[in-house]
Ligand binder design. Structure first.
Ligand SMILES: Cc1cc2nc3c(=O)[nH]c(=O)nc-3n(C[C@H](O)[C@H](O)[C@H](O)COP(=O)(O)OP(=O)(O)OC[C@H]3O[C@@H](n4cnc5c(N)ncnc54)[C@H](O)[C@@H]3O)c2cc1C
Length: 473
């Protein structure tokens, strides 16, 4: 591939034009100690700010050609901490912070093939690629995540029903293991290693670089439409029609009413990349900041009830309109640290996938249970996944529907509600999303992920995380 970068693009980041020559660089590493040891106890947390761990040692990885440091205890990669989960935490061990592995290796503007280090943020990549007429093939609801995090959780977006998950667009990747090896794998080269590493929660080693196939666009604008639905019964047919017509769909759901005629009411948002001939510009607005830590959660039953009623009433069905891609894909990124609104105890997200046909009854039962529980969910999202088979052994996206709900952490009461939701997921033959989980029991993980045993053979003997210890014992 010919690396092609304009001078403007090159100024965004350093551009390195070759993948490393392992042997030479590793000698250099041994002599100079290229890892930058931050060696201090750190308040590194996940996005939901729970649990807060005090005994983690952080090392920043800075050189993609260097071997991993020889550590006395286990390690796990830390991307940008946007998981709501201890998948990126490792109490008593090491966090290998990958954010400084942030160089681009090559970007072919003709074919949209991009190779970069794993610590590149999707937000920075968008700044680079959108002006050249390319977009992320799949993007989650925040752009503040790393490429490594996107692969290790095999994240999904609003276009899963057509495009599959992020890893379906990863052409190859470089995996560094604790034994010093650097393995290049792809769907055809060492496919076992590839399938274990994508969606592999950082447990197979450190992803150092990745090659991604981007999506061609001709405009930064989106053509959009919203459909309001009065209850779940209305949602299913509206969603089925929209999924056949639109590449991007997602629904916000009000989970505060248990009354049948209003159960699961909400708004379905649809979009597609607009056609255009004007300038292609990435957009970087200044996000709002919360700036303080409120002593208690500002998200509670009363505030959520008012917000949801207001939101439902002010977001009616609309005709075809247009929106820049940033507010369409990343509405939450407009407030930089909104997670602080949940106060010092943090919050939980509960995200499950449920297969059809069980999903129809299971979603209704779950929403009813949430509404009756007195727990408030500010962000409740429903999205159907397509029929594409999962790419990774532990990939979460699979055919069915996914429901995600946030709850302020109110201790036993919140944990009790989530346990009762677990039973519905188990009965329906569903699974929970590790990226959004801080408490799932081992039996639920085992029930939802049938390839665990096969996956375990690829786990790096030095890799571990709070999540992995919880679900594998
Ligand atoms: C507002 C918001 C909206 C979101 N919306 C969605 C959504 O729509 N869909 C979705 O799927 N997710 C969504 N997420 C979750 C988020 O996309 C994932 O949790 C993502 O994996 C976080 O990436 P990160 O870079 O912050 O990694 P971290 O959270 O730091 O780490 C995530 C996992 O990746 C591993 N990892 C990170 N870097 C590497 C590496 N270089 N090598 C090996 N392993 C690595 C870690 O060990 C860990 O297991 C959302 C999160 C937020 C905050």
């Amino acid at each position: 591939m010919t690396p092609i970068l304009s001078p403007a693009a090159a100024s965004v980041r350093d551009v390195l034009l070759e993948l490393c020559d392992g042997a030479k660089s590793e000698i250099a590493h041994r002599q100079t100690g290229l890892h930058d040891p931050c060696v201090k106890r750190s308040p590194y947390t996940a996005w939901n700010r729970w649990p807060v761990l005090k005994d983690q040692t952080v090392l920043a990885l800075t050189d993609r050609c260097a071997r991993l440091p020889d550590l006395p205890r286990s390690f796990i990669a830390y991307g940008n901490g946007r998981s709501y989960s201890d998948v990126c935490l490792n109490d008593g061990g090491f966090l290998l912070d990958t954010r400084r592995l942030d160089k681009y290796v090559s970007f072919d503007r003709e074919t949209g093939r991009l190779i970069c280090e794993a610590g590149v943020l999707l937000s920075d990549m968008l700044d680079l690629i959108v002006p050249h007429g390319w977009f992320l093939p799949v993007t989650p609801g925040t752009r503040e995540i790393t490429v490594g995090g996107a692969i290790a959780n095999d994240v999904h977006g609003k276009n899963h029903h057509g495009a599959g998950s992020f890893s379906a667009h990863v052409l190859s990747l470089g995996l560094r293991r604790s034994d010093g090896s650097l393995r290049t794998c792809s769907p055809t080269r060492d496919p076992g290693w590839f399938a274990a590493t994508v969606g592999g929660l950082g447990l197979t080693g450190i992803i150092i670089w990745a090659e991604i196939q981007l999506l061609r666009i001709t405009s930064p604008m989106m053509t959009v439409q919203a459909h309001r639905f009065r209850n779940l019964e209305e949602f299913w047919p509206v969603n089925a029609k929209a999924s056949a017509e639109w590449p991007y769909t997602v629904a916000w759901v009000d989970c505060m009413s248990a009354k049948r005629e209003r159960l699961g009411r909400g708004v379905l948002f649809c979009g597609r990349h607009a056609n255009g001939t004007g300038p292609l510009a990435a957009r970087r607005g200044k996000p709002m900041r919360i700036g303080v830590d409120p002593p208690v959660s500002l998200i509670n039953y009363a505030t959520v009830r008012v917000f949801n009623t207001f939101y439902y009433r002010t977001h009616g069905s609309t005709g075809i309109g247009s929106s820049h891609y940033v507010p369409f894909f990343y509405p939450l990124d407009g407030v930089q640290d909104w997670n602080r609104l949940y106060g010092p105890r943090g919050f939980f997200q509960y995200q499950c996938v449920l297969p059809f046909p069980q999903a129809v009854t299971a979603v209704a039962t779950m929403l009813e249970r949430v509404a009756r529980s007195g727990e408030a969910s500010f962000l409740a999202v429903l999205k159907t996944f397509g029929d594409l088979p999962p790419v990774g052994m532990l990939s979460f996206p699979r055919p069915g529907v996914t429901l995600a709900v946030d709850f302020p952490n109110r201790g036993d009461q919140t944990l009790g509600l989530m346990r009762s939701l677990d039973d519905i997921v188990l009965d329906a033959g569903g699974a929970l999303y590790p990226a959004k989980d801080a408490r799932m029991p081992a039996r639920l993980f085992r029930a939802g992920y049938s390839r665990i045993e096969e996956f375990s053979r690829y786990v790096d003997p030095k890799a571990s995380s709070g999540f992995w210890r919880r679900v594998s014992t």
